[in-house]
Write a protein that binds this ligand. Structure first.
Ligand SMILES: [Zn+2]
Length: 275
């Protein structure tokens, strides 16, 4: 079996045309375990077979403590109906997972529908480190959403699951007949958790995010998916740790909920597909 770094090099050898230099925007070619642009900017594969395209480390709010429980929740089946819908609408070919985190969504989508060329990127290197362990044929890198290290018109599908968008870059790297598939939380998303963490919080709405999508792209498909998920006992504490909702919650509120964790949770999301 190939080592991860050799698998990474093999991917770059076959797919080097997809990449462009984030520093000077020129083409790059694979040389052994690196990508090098015509101006000599060079990006070396890490042991895990991943690439790091940032100039400097960007501090993010996400870390291992959140990625690991999030991955376990995704694998527990919490998002299975969502993953099935996504697998239905993707266009096979070159697929980019924007803000892939620890990679469970990309892995699970591929289990339902094997896609030939998969690239996941995130700004958090902790996420990419975990993603490189996923049992899926994919390439993982750390990159900046606003300056993607990919050539124009490279992707058939851009996945944008619970992550920020950058439409100028999406339109640039999307093939002319490609698509963006975006998943947005809706009003009822994690409402049981929200009720405990932020009982006085305002009603949750993502109308502005949806509005923006419709302004930037033609909508081909739009679907709301709402259900209650019975949380397996071993995942009940994971739910409490996986979500940004918990960031501003006091230790008291958290430890009380941990003593008597939620048994069901509502998933309420909108899937938008556009081009
Ligand atoms: Zn360069």
């Amino acid at each position: 079996m190939l080592k991860k770094i050799d698998r990474g090099a093999l991917f770059l050898e076959k797919q080097q045309k997809i990449f462009r230099c984030p520093k000077c925007h020129r083409e790059m070619t694979q040389k052994e375990k690196s990508l090098i642009c015509v101006n000599g900017h060079r990006f070396d594969l890490a042991k895990k077979g991943t690439l790091y395209f940032l100039d400097h480390q960007i501090k993010t709010e996400y870390d291992n403590e959140m990625f690991a429980p999030r991955g376990r929740m995704i694998r527990s089946g919490m998002y299975q109906p969502v993953i099935e819908k996504i697998a239905d609408v993707i266009q096979l070919g070159n697929m980019l997972d924007v803000g892939c985190g620890e990679g469970s969504f990309l892995q699970q989508i591929n289990q339902l529908k094997a896609n030939p060329v998969n690239i996941g990127f995130d700004i958090a290197k902790e996420g990419i480190y975990l993603a490189s362990n996923q049992p899926v044929d994919a390439f993982w890198c750390v990159a900046d959403l606003t300056n993607l290290p990919f050539t124009d018109q490279s992707f058939d599908t851009i996945l944008n699951i619970f992550s920020p968008s950058h439409y100028r870059e999406f339109k640039r790297v999307m093939k002319p007949d490609g698509c963006v598939v975006k998943v947005i939380p809706q009003a009822g998303y994690l409402k049981e958790l929200r009720a405990v963490y932020h009982p006085d919080g305002e009603a949750y709405s993502n109308e502005a995010v949806i509005q923006r999508f419709t302004e930037e792209l033609h909508i081909d498909h739009r679907e709301r998916v709402t259900y209650e998920f019975q949380i397996p006992e071993e995942n009940r504490l994971d739910l409490l740790e996986m979500s940004p909702l918990e960031w501003q919650v006091s230790a008291d509120v958290k430890s009380n909920l941990a003593k008597n964790p939620l048994k069901t949770i509502t998933v309420d999301i909108e899937i938008l597909k556009g081009h």
